[in-house]
Design a protein around this ligand. Structure first.
Ligand code: ZN
Ligand code: ZN
Length: 343
């Protein structure tokens, strides 16, 4: 089969490799489309030292089941699926509760020993496949995973009917937070970012107000928009030290702060503990969880979350290097990029 093999930092080669052999609890998927995630880019370039070459990357996968192991025969051949990324040990207390995302020995699809979806076929544990609704396209399904983490964070923290949510950053995660917050009943969603062109784009995805931090006073605008009360819920996707520190200034009494953007390795954040305590605020971290996949598929299928317009560029797998450089240079302002291994 054809695969894009990450052979060295900054280097990827299209190669012929054997189709994976499946175990008895695994399924073989024909990859129909795969999303290119900024995490893959950072692993590929060595910015995140997570796994090492040679390896096949790609954790955002839409595939079709073409073969099942002897203990996975209940999975219908031909079914289109997305692939839940966390693989637990199956034996610890968290795994037994279904919390494989909290397993101390958790592994991830796309990170060794699990090859990813930048190939014509991929093998995955049978319990990790989630059916794709008929009216959701391969392209939409390919980027489904990128909305899972933001959606999971809001599912856990909850959005109360009519409350005000502020989202910092307007990349794919910011757009996912905006759409999910609206779908869950937010009264008003305010998006904040430096780049006005990118910021204006999120009005299309349901943001009610935008604040350009390059030429507006964020604190004053947030105060004005909330009658001096502060916002009820902040979703932070940038990982920028200054923004993380300032979230406590913007939050209302009893508000919630959801941290998603990873700060740089060497960053030095002085978190405003005193404000958090005095405002009785709640601070939460967010990552993937297995319970969000199926409900989220219903939201996407029902048209509550728009994945279609988040895909701004597509490439054949042969051109994956071009996809990475597009993502890195940001010249054309991609939101999400999808690659096709069979086109
Ligand atoms: Zn991803
Ligand atoms: Zn476990």
């Amino acid at each position: 089969m054809k695969a894009a093999v990450w052979t060295d930092y900054g280097k990827i080669e299209i190669k012929e490799v054997p189709v994976p052999e499946i175990g008895k609890n695994e399924a073989l998927l024909k990859v129909r489309a795969a999303g290119v995630c900024v995490t893959d880019l950072h692993v590929f370039t060595g910015k995140f030292l997570y796994g090492k070459p040679p390896h096949i990357l790609g954790h955002e996968i839409c595939g079709e089941i073409v073969k099942t192991g002897e203990d996975a025969k209940d999975l219908p051949l031909g079914m289109r699926v997305v692939v839940e990324t966390s693989v637990g040990c199956g034996k610890c207390d968290e795994c037994k509760k279904g919390n494989r995302h909290l397993c101390a020995n958790r592994e991830e699809i796309g990170t060794a020993p699990y090859a990813g979806g930048y190939a014509q076929y991929v093998k995955v544990p049978a319990q990790n496949v989630v059916p794709v609704a008929d009216n959701v396209s391969d392209e939409e399904a390919a980027i489904f995973e990128s909305v899972v983490c933001p959606c999971g964070g809001l599912m856990r923290l909850g959005v109360k009917f009519g409350e005000t949510v502020a989202v910092f950053g307007v990349g794919p995660a910011g757009i996912a937070f905006i759409q999910t917050a609206k779908a869950l009943g937010a009264g008003r969603v305010i998006a904040i970012a430096r780049n006005r062109k990118r910021l204006e784009r999120v009005l299309h995805f349901g943001a009610d107000e935008i604040i350009c931090s390059a030429d507006e006073d964020v604190a004053a605008r947030l105060s004005q928009l909330t009658d001096g009360k502060g916002v009820d819920l902040i979703c932070e996707t940038t990982g920028a030290e200054k923004i993380i520190e300032e979230t406590a200034d913007y939050i209302a009494n009893g508000g919630r702060i959801l941290l998603y953007g990873l700060p740089a390795e060497n960053s030095d954040i002085s978190f405003p503990v005193k404000s958090i305590i005095m405002k009785q605020a709640q601070v939460d971290g967010v990552e993937n969880n297995p319970f969000v996949w199926r409900p989220l598929m219903k939201l996407v299928s029902g048209g509550r979350i728009n994945l279609k317009d988040m895909v701004t560029h597509t490439f054949s797998l042969d051109k994956i290097e071009d996809a990475f450089s597009l993502l890195e240079n940001k010249k054309e302002d991609p939101i999400k990029i999808v690659v096709y291994p069979w086109k």
